[in-house]
Design a protein around this ligand. Structure first.
Ligand code: PEP
Length: 249
C-alpha cells in the first residue's frame, strides 16, 4: 500500500505564538490517523517552535521552500541543512506561488529537489495547470512537462523518496476544487508518466492533491485510487478543519 500524507502549507501565516497555538490545537485534537502521515509546513521563523512542540508526536514538520545551494552569498535564502537543523524532514518545492511570484522554473525546482534528496529531506514537488491552460486543453502537456522537468535525472531510488503534489493553479485559494474525477484523471496521467521513469517508483510515489481541499470535499478526493493524500493551504490554518481532513483519510 502506498504512503498517504496529509500536509498543511501555512504559507505566510503564523507568528511563533500563533504557530504554537495551532500545533497545540492539533495535538489536543484527534489528529492521528491510522492511514495517513501528517505534516505541517510553517514559515521558517516558526519552524523551530513547531518542531519542538511536535517532537515525539505523530506530526512531522516541513519547509515551504529552500535554496538549491548549500551555502553562499544568497541573501534571504535558506538551505536544506538549515531546515534539517530545525527538525524539518520534508520540503515543499515548486509551489505555484513560487513559480508565479518568484519566477521559479522546472529546472530550478529540479536542482532544489536534487539538493533536498542529497541532504535527506523528502521533497514535495508541486505541479499544476492554470485555468487558461486547462480551458485550452493543455493540462496534460503542461503537467507532463513539469513532471519531466522537475524529476529530470532523479534515480529510481530518489524517486522512491519523492512526493508529487498535483495542484491546479485555478483551485488554489479560490474555493474552486477539481471534482474527484477531474483530479483522479490527472493523477492517473502523472502515474503513467512516472511508470515511464521507473515502474517500482511509480507504484510507491505518493501523489497528493491540492487546491481548496476542505472538510466537506476531502473524503471524495481521497477515495480516488491515485490520490494519496492532500496538500492543504487555507483549511490547514484551522485545527478543527485540518483534523477533519486528516480523519477523512
Ligand atoms: C496550497 O497552498 O498548496 C493550497 C492548496 O491552498 P488552498 O488549500 O488554500 O487552496
Amino acid at each position: 500500500m502506498r504512503r498517504m500524507i496529509i500536509a498543511g502549507n501555512w504559507k505566510l501565516f503564523g507568528t511563533i505564538a500563533e504557530t504554537e497555538n495551532l500545533c497545540k490545537g492539533l495535538l489536543n485534537g484527534k489528529s492521528r490517523s491510522e492511514r495517513a502521515e501528517v505534516l505541517v509546513c510553517p514559515p521558517y521563523t516558526a519552524l523551530a517552535a513547531a518542531s519542538s512542540l511536535l517532537a515525539d508526536s505523530h506530526i512531522a514538520v516541513g519547509g515551504q521552500d529552500m535554496s538549491e545551494y548549500e551555502g553562499g552569498a544568497y541573501t534571504g535564502e535558506i538551505s536544506a541543512e538549515m531546515l534539517l537543523t530545525v527538525g524539518a524532514t520534508f520540503v515543499i518545492l515548486g509551489h505555484s506561488e513560487r513559480r508565479q511570484y518568484h519566477a521559479e522554473t522546472d529546472q530550478l525546482v529540479n536542482a532544489k529537489a536534487v539538493r533536498a534528496l542529497a541532504s535527506g529531506l523528502t521533497p514535495i514537488i508541486c505541479v499544476g495547470e492554470t485555468l487558461e491552460e486547462r480551458e485550452s486543453g493543455r493540462t496534460e502537456d503542461v503537467v507532463g512537462a513539469q513532471i519531466a522537468g522537475t524529476l529530470k535525472d532523479l534515480s529510481a531510488e530518489d524517486l522512491k523518496k519523492t512526493v508529487v503534489a498535483y495542484e491546479p493553479v485555478w483551485a488554489i485559494g479560490t474555493g474552486k476544487t477539481a471534482t474527484p474525477e477531474m483530479a483522479e484523471a490527472v493523477h492517473r496521467f502523472i502515474r503513467e508518466r512516472l511508470v515511464a521513469l521507473d515502474n517500482e517508483a511509480a507504484e510507491m510515489l505518493p501523489i497528493l492533491y491540492g487546491g481548496s481541499v476542505k472538510p466537506n470535499n476531502a473524503a471524495g478526493l481521497l477515495s480516488q485510487p491515485n490520490i494519496d493524500g492532500a496538500l492543504v493551504g487555507g483549511a490547514s490554518l484551522k485545527a478543527d478543519d485540518f483534523i477533519a481532513i486528516i480523519n477523512a483519510a
